[in-house]
Design a binder for this molecule. Structure first.
Ligand code: NAD
Length: 496
């Protein structure tokens, strides 16, 4: 049985009290590895290591091209080990192999983007900030310092890379803490990083309970920034706990996104899109299209086709390339999702498809669609994070926008229509961070991703994502060499 250790200051070690936890395959309920369970002391050691590495300048003072070269080494390591990482991700997270393969590919691609960004000069010389060009002005983008990166279990490697990439490209040092449910690929990443020229202490990876080591990292005064992806509930706790030294925060939290099908949409394509939006990774996607809003003009045909297509989905072994639906992450999540299905029935919504456990072993749930549902129901307002979609009928575009925006969340969403101009008008009115038109889930390395409202604070990806890991410094160099000059203060006073 594989045993994974903590990675602190360039060394692998057991946790202070030698405790471990088991990594469990959600498809078989079997233990696949033992993982070290870090103590508060271990988290402090990791923060100390990252602090010392940052303050020594071993990373932030490197020439940009050198940081870029080392990040590219990590990209190459991920690509060389793609098959192993994909299979481990399937076993550890219940991702289908189709999704896990894509995740590993996209992880390497994102890190490659940030390895290039690491070489880019983001500093700017700004002209004309002062009167008559008598000063030179530079805006420097500097690293923030030590960043704690806390990630969830639904896209384990990808989420780790989305944070490591910009944080390291900007010159920060980091402590990565993956979710306990899925720590294996982060531990594998530690081994790969250790084989590169990454200086000791720049990347530290520790595994264990969020309530213990996550809390310590968030409160630790040596940590300057927290980059977090997870539930809105934990995001709020982090915001409170990070207050003592006013840590910078990026919070990527929950969602309940509206997937809107207008009356002029291609019905077959939007049915496929609705399945992809709602059931990709068993619905365990923050930006998933969990509220499916369908125009009353096409409702009957749409519902009929949706039902038939969902019934053809293959539920089964996630390692099998033909599988569409794998298990949810664990027993706790399984129980929570099944409870929401019960709540939906009690609220008076009707099951169109699914609603049951699937198979004897593993945490499988049938893809479930509720119809005759209202947007005020709990199944429409609360994040279920499982294969459950609530289908709501709307009258016209105004009605669709009103329902879509009636949510505490604002992360993703889509509009399906045969008319781009009309779809764009609807998209512009949605209070959400990403809107797809006739597409879903597709994110770009170069476009910002993040939440309005209680879906989060800040953005990942692209230049916006990189800037989240920098401080902006303005340097004003006065160029008047005449010592008799007047200072600006007091030169503008109201006339008597
Ligand atoms: P979670 O909030 O339970 O945990 C996320 C991470 O935070 C884990 O590493 C966990 O150990 C850690 N954590 C828990 N308590 C903590 C604390 N008190 N202090 C510091 N860290 C703590 O989320 P999850 O169940 O792992 O993931 C599912 C959630 O993540 C969903 O709500 C989903 O919408 C959200 N999510 C959001 C995005 C996004 O980009 N917006 C992406 C993926 C998932």
């Amino acid at each position: 049985m594989e045993k994974y250790l903590l990675y602190i200051n360039g060394e692998f070690r057991e946790s202070g009290d030698k405790q471990t936890f088991s990594a469990v395959n959600p498809a078989t309920e079997e233990v696949i590895a033992e993982v070290s369970k870090a103590t508060v002391e271990d988290a402090r050691d990791a923060a100390d290591a990252a602090r010392n590495a940052f303050d020594s300048g071993v990373w932030s003072d490197l020439p940009r091209e050198e940081r870029s070269r080392i990040l590219k080494q990590v990209v190459d390591k991920i690509n060389e080990n793609a098959k192993r990482l994909t299979e481990l991700e399937v076993m550890d997270s219940g991702s289908t192999i189709k999704k896990a393969g894509e995740d590993v590919f996209l992880s390497a691609k994102s890190l490659n983007y940030y390895s290039k960004m690491a070489a880019a000069d983001l500093n700017e010389d700004v002209e004309g900030l002062s009167k008559a060009g008598v000063s030179k002005n530079i805006i420097r983008r500097e690293p923030i310092g030590v960043c704690a990166l806390i990630t969830p279990w639904n896209f384990p490697l990808k989420m780790a890379i989305w944070k490591l990439g910009p944080a390291l490209a900007a010159g920060n040092t980091v402590i990565l803490k993956p979710a306990m449910e899925t720590s294996v690929t982060a531990c594998e990443l530690a081994r790969l990083i250790n084989e590169t020229d990454m200086p000791k202490g720049v990347v530290n990876i520790i595994t264990g309970a969020g309530s213990v080591i996550g809390t310590e990292l968030v409160k630790n005064l040596k940590v300057d920034k927290v980059g977090f992806t997870g539930s809105t509930e934990v995001g709020k706790i982090i915001m409170k706990n990070a207050a003592d030294n006013l840590k910078k925060l990026t919070l990527e939290c929950g969602g309940k996104s509206a997937n809107i099908v207008l009356d002029d949409a291609d019905i077959d394509m939007s049915v496929d899109g609705a399945i992809y939006a709602g059931f990709y990774h068993q619905g365990q996607c923050c930006e998933g299209g969990t509220r499916l809003l369908v125009s009353e003009k096409i409702y009957d045909e749409f519902v009929d086709k949706l039902k038939n297509k969902i019934r053809k989905m293959t539920i089964g072994d996630p390692m099998d390339k033909k599988t569409d639906v794998g298990p949810v992450i664990n027993k706790k999540q399984f129980d929570s999702v099944m409870n929401y299905i019960k709540i939906g029935k009690e609220e008076g919504a009707e099951i169109l498809t699914g609603g049951n456990k699937a198979g004897d072993k593993g945490y499988y749930i049938e893809p479930t669609v509720f119809i005759n549902a209202g947007n005020n129901m709990r199944i429409s307002q609360e994040e279920i994070f499982g294969p459950v979609v609530t289908l709501i009928k709307f009258k016209d575009d105004d009605d669709a926008v009103k329902i879509a925006n009636d949510s505490i969340y604002g992360l993703g969403g889509a509009v399906w229509s045969g008319n781009d101009e009309r779809a764009l008008k609807v998209a512009n009115r949605l209070r959400t961070g990403t809107v797809w038109i006739n597409e879903y889930h597709l994110l770009s390395d170069r476009a910002p991703f993040g939440g309005y409202k209680q879906s989060g604070i800040g953005r990942e990806f692209g230049l916006d994502g990189l800037k989240e890991y920098t401080e902006a410094k303005h340097i004003h160099i006065d160029e008047i060499k005449d010592r008799t000059k007047k200072f600006w203060y007091g030169t503008v006073v109201p006339k008597d």
